[in-house]
Design a protein around this ligand. Sequence first.
Ligand SMILES: [Fe+2]
Length: 348
Amino acid sequence: MPISDYQLVEAWKEVLTLSRLEPGQSVTILTGAATHPQTLACALIATQSMGAIVNRLDLPPVNGEKALSRDALAYLGETPLTGNHAAIAALKASDLVLDLMTLLFSPEQHEILASGTKILLAVEPPEVLVRMTPTLADRTRVLAATKRIENAREMRVTSAAGTDLTCPMGEFAAIAEYGFVDAPGRWDHWPSGFALTFPDEGGANGRIVIDRGDILLPQKRYCSEPIVLTVEAGYARRIEGGVDADLLREYMASFGDPEAFAISHIGWGLQKRAYWSTLGLYDREATLGMDARAFDGNFLFSLGPNNEGGGKRTTACHIDVPLRRCTVALDGVEVVRNGKTVEARDDH
Ligand SMILES: [Fe+2]
């Protein structure tokens, strides 16, 4: 259902306050062909009302002819910023970039963040943004989870459906996504609420069973029959099952890149205002699927690049898969048990 401009302006102000926006700071709102007009209009009002110097930078789309889907994350790599020195300079000169275009997994994004600019991605529909307006409590919870990742050297994931995956960790940092950007050079995504890292390069081994009801992104579908991934030395070497497995295999093969099959980020959802069931209520074109990525107690793994985490692997293909009913253990200590988060005593 729609929400009012007033509600969305207030939500923006909350997120901008959490992101420590100060009067006189420079904000650039990055927009593209798919930017939601209400989100843009309300971002313009909220930033100006807080005394910021506000710019809008609208960039033409790229990759449409290469991607097999309209999803903004369906084809990574080249972005409207590639080779665009004027735009990069403008973004680097900004204190805060509000990314209403989706500039993810690109070297240009890293370059802009390295200059100290903060970037906040916000592309979900307005009512989803408002429902999952981030809070300080979200940050506390996600940071506690990332601390547990940082202190661990192995993540093991099991499920009654047959998943048994072991990932050595420590090569890559833990990443906290809690929905706002409160430090220079920080990137985040509103809405979110999960902690993640990447397995040591080539280290993931075992089996992942994507069970009935688990979600594939960017397919934005609930799996109707199990898909079995055999993981050896960091890559899904076999993808087996019925029609859903065939669809996934053909989609991934269309990129013609063996790196697409690498195990990418691994972590779990911590957002109690995100729901597994939401994807079934939305038109697939209307959402990026952040409810699916963030719902509390999921095990979210992905296939594809690890450059977001500081690795060397880039590939245009990226698949996110939130699984239900898994048990996730860090060095033998459960952080998710059968799809429910297990709070550490010092989380509160
Ligand atoms: Fe992902």
